[in-house]
Design a binder for this molecule. Structure first.
Ligand SMILES: [Zn+2]
Ligand SMILES: [Zn+2]
Length: 250
């Protein structure tokens, strides 16, 4: 089986044309893992052959902001016959469990299938700031700086996903290399201290530790000129803007 990553949602906050919110799908060592479940879940049809190969999906959430979880509501269309495990930070990082937060989101008045009815079997887990395993795949988590507790997620030596965080080289340190890094890039210039600018990444991101560095959680307010400018700066420094529908070998 080929190990692969699908970019299903490369925006933050709200979808823009062709740019859904945070969602990646990874097929790695016989496991199918989704990182965040924003509106990009709607793009799962792009990975239909992967869905056909598996009867189990693990979903790992970096945090519970809506642009990272609202797509749970679309899952039934794609995974109705699968078993699904959903992992979120939960207790004691947050005052309530992952099951509680998703139950609130998928409550009867808002969504008819409910938080346990969108797949054949749905289970919820709190990773509680600790590394864990999905099958043979190690999921390493690291706390980030954001407006609510969020976590960098790392799948074995294949994928590092760091979104909804400020970036500073001192805090980020020198993590073990992975094949692909997906890091957020929310702004041009400093503005929002809860997020990362292209300038901060240029100044301090050790892109040489990764075979490919893609920028995600892009700002849907960028117009074509801003987007082109960010893409140009990124390219000069060994990074590239992710696009929905990209498929990367791992
Ligand atoms: Zn976000
Ligand atoms: Zn957030």
């Amino acid at each position: 089986m080929t190990n692969r990553l699908w970019v299903l949602g490369s925006a933050g906050w709200m979808p823009a044309a062709g740019c859904e919110t945070s969602c990646l799908l990874v097929e790695l060592d016989d496991e199918l893992v989704m990182l965040d479940a924003g509106t990009g879940v709607a793009n799962l049809a792009l990975a239909s052959e992967a869905l056909e190969r598996h009867d189990h999906l693990s979903i790992v959430l970096s945090h519970y902001h809506l642009d990272h979880v609202v797509g749970l509501m679309y899952l039934k269309r794609f995974v109705a016959n699968m078993r699904v495990d959903v992992y979120g930070p939960g207790i004691p990082v947050y005052p309530r469990s992952t099951a509680d937060y998703v139950s609130d989101l998928l409550q009867d008045a808002l969504y008819s299938a409910g938080s346990e009815g969108f797949a054949r079997e749905v289970r919820y887990h709190d990773y509680a700031g600790r590394d864990f395993y999905v099958g043979n795949v190690k999921v390493a988590v690291r706390p980030q700086r954001h407006s609510a507790p969020s976590f960098e997620l790392r799948l074995a030596d294949a994928v590092t996903y760091a979104t909804d965080t400020t970036f500073s080289p001192a805090v980020w340190g020198a993590p073990a290399p992975t094949k692909v890094l997906l890091h957020e890039c929310w702004q041009v210039g400093d503005g929002d201290p809860r997020h990362t600018s292209i300038e901060a990444l240029v100044a301090g991101l050790p892109t040489d530790r990764f075979e490919r560095t893609l920028l995600v959680h892009q700002n849907p307010e960028w117009d074509e000129t801003a987007r082109t400018e960010v893409a140009r700066i990124a390219e000069r420094h060994g990074m590239e803007l992710a696009r929905d529908g990209m498929v990367l070998p791992l």
